[in-house]
Design a protein around this ligand. Structure first.
Ligand code: FES
Length: 153
């Protein structure tokens, strides 16, 4: 039986096996390749998407569990928090190689939707599970702070 879900505001359907990870349905079937494969075991955050507004690792999310869910990927994320995050990312030139950055942006956006003015500790804890092999962590944290400040202005 196909799984029907919403991806970036569009009704989508997949006949993939229910235990197939969302990541591969997004990338291989829907051609949304902004979501990256990192570790495959939900430990690095490169594959982070929003499921019903909550940051979730798509590499360990069976697509069959997503009937009627709303999935948002880096290609479709929008709204004031996403705009503030993207503007700060550009202004502070956060990415280095860039591989982890769609996951970083998704997690930061989810954080600011939940906590518009996060403390440094809240930023640290929220971003803790998103690894960056280029070690851009100081710029990531600065950009989240700048995005939060932009939302307050
Ligand atoms: Fe290279 Fe994060 S920018 S892994």
């Amino acid at each position: 039986m196909p799984t029907r879900l919403t991806v970036n505001g569009l009704d989508r359907e997949t006949t993939a096996a229910p235990d197939k990870p969302l990541l591969w349905v997004l990338r291989d079937e829907f051609r949304l390749t902004g979501t990256k494969y990192g570790c495959g075991v939900a430990q690095c955050g490169a594959c982070t998407v929003l499921v019903n507004g909550v940051a979730q690792r798509s590499c360990m999310t069976p697509v069959g569990s997503l009937a009627d869910a709303e999935v948002t990927t880096i290609e479709g994320v929008s709204g004031p928090e996403a705009a503030a995050v993207q503007a700060a990312w550009i202004a502070l030139e956060v990415p280095q190689c860039g591989y982890c950055q769609s996951g970083q942006v998704m997690t930061a956006t989810a954080l600011l939707r939940d906590v518009p003015s996060p403390s440094d500790d809240q930023i640290l804890r929220a971003m803790d599970g998103n690894l960056c092999r280029c070690v851009t962590y100081p710029r990531i944290r600065a950009a989240v702070r700048q995005a939060a400040a932009g939302l307050e202005a």
